[in-house]
Design a protein around this ligand. Structure first.
Ligand SMILES: Cc1ncc(COP(=O)(O)O)c(C=O)c1O
Length: 374
């Protein structure tokens, strides 16, 4: 079986985890967490990055830090993972969905303004597949209406909009290091704090609402309860694993890029014949090549191809069920038909295996099997 995803190990993970264990500092904010944070801050030119237990909890922290509350609204695409919307709902605020652009699969920035009203507090662009949203246009709208920007960059670590790293452009950015992501530690994430005024409170919220970080730095002689918060700090064992991956960040990106363009070139003949569509990366976007997807012409064609590939030992999979069509989305008042592009893309998308354990022979086999099966 050629699996959709298979973890790539850099060879340093066990060594670093072993060092963390030997040091007897395996809870949060040990030396590996600090090194991983510093590495990213330097590389991404970010003011402050704090590792968290997942992107989901980084998004939860973002919603707390922006003081979202009952009656507030946050604009986001419906074509996203549940965590984007859950973070907002958990504060009592409401996710307001917007359709996506059929070329980028990112939020259609031209449809944002019509959703803005006095309740709107923030907008949450999701950089799908590691391809950037149009951040200049989006930032212009956010500034015009005094909205905060939370970048859901869960899939977009080490990707850029123009010369800026994704996650560092909005007020807050959120990264994922889940097993399925380009750089992983199994379960993990990070919050990127681009607004300096949020940094001190972020440290408190992340440490269960206490000023324990200050205490650990020796700035105060005892710590206490200051604010709401939860246990958002990642274990140093996982940070050790992650550091090994982050140290090979660009090497991993280059290898993914090679696979991405092998698919792209191998399948472009099918696009020319109108059988399928290939991803389009806008000029302003420098991808991390997180996902290679194809868009079929119908749901029937997509499912048929997915089944044929499975029979030939290739695991290709669909993606998000639009949030507005889910049982929870319906409870929020949305219904099928609300966002036609999202619905069409969700039914017709197929993601191909993309990981560093794939060899050229396997990639060519996948390309050839698609040509034969379609
Ligand atoms: C857009 C988006 N946001 C958030 C998440 C949640 O990430 P995590 O699994 O690290 O909580 C994901 C996970 O796939 C995602 O794709």
């Amino acid at each position: 079986m050629i699996y959709f995803n298979k973890i790539y190990y850099t060879s340093k993970e066990l060594e670093y985890m072993n060092q963390a264990i030997i040091s007897s500092k395996i809870s949060g904010d040990g030396s590996f967490t600090k090194r991983a944070q510093k590495l990213m801050e330097k590389k991404f030119n970010a003011k402050k990055i704090l590792l968290t237990t997942s992107a989901s909890t980084a998004l939860d922290m973002a919603a707390i830090l922006l003081d979202l509350k009952d009656g507030d609204e946050v604009i986001m695409p419906s074509f996203t993972f549940v965590s984007s919307a859950n973070a907002v709902l958990l504060r009592g605020a409401k996710p307001i969905f917007v359709d996506i652009d059929p070329d980028t699969l990112n939020i259609d920035v031209d449809k944002i303004e019509e959703k803005i009203n006095f309740k709107t507090k923030a907008v949450m662009p999701v950089h799908y597949a590691g391809h950037s949203c149009d951040m200049d246009k989006l930032s212009y709208i956010a500034k015009k209406y005094s909205l905060k920007i939370i970048e859901d960059a869960a899939q977009a670590v080490n990707a850029k909009y123009k010369d800026k790293y994704l996650g560092t452009i909005g007020d807050i950015g959120c990264y994922s290091f889940h097993e399925t992501k380009n750089y992983t530690c199994g379960e993990g994430g990070a919050i990127v704090l681009n607004d300096e005024t949020l940094i001190e409170r972020a440290e408190i919220v992340r440490e269960k609402g206490t000023n324990r970080s200050k205490f650990f730095r020796g700035e105060i002689d005892k710590y206490t309860w200051i604010d709401i918060g939860s246990s958002f700090v990642i274990s140093d064992i996982l940070s050790a694993f992650l550091l090994a991956q982050l140290e090979k960040m660009d090497e991993i990106l280059e290898k993914r890029k090679k696979i991405y363009y092998m698919y792209y070139e191998g399948l472009s003949e099918l696009e020319r014949r109108g059988v399928l569509k290939l991803p389009k990366i806008p000029d302003y976007s420098f991808s991390n090549y997180h996902i290679f997807y194809i868009l079929l012409n119908s749901n029937r064609q997509r499912n048929k191809l997915m089944d044929s590939l499975k029979q030939k030992g290739i695991q290709a999979i669909f993606h998000y069920i639009p949030l507005h069509e889910s049982p929870m989305g319906r409870k929020l008042g949305y219904k099928k038909g609300d966002f036609p592009i999202t619905e069409k893309i969700s039914r017709n998308i197929l993601r191909l295996p993309l990981h560093l354990n794939l060899n050229e022979k396997e990639i060519n086999y996948i390309i050839q099997t698609i040509h034969e099966s379609i």
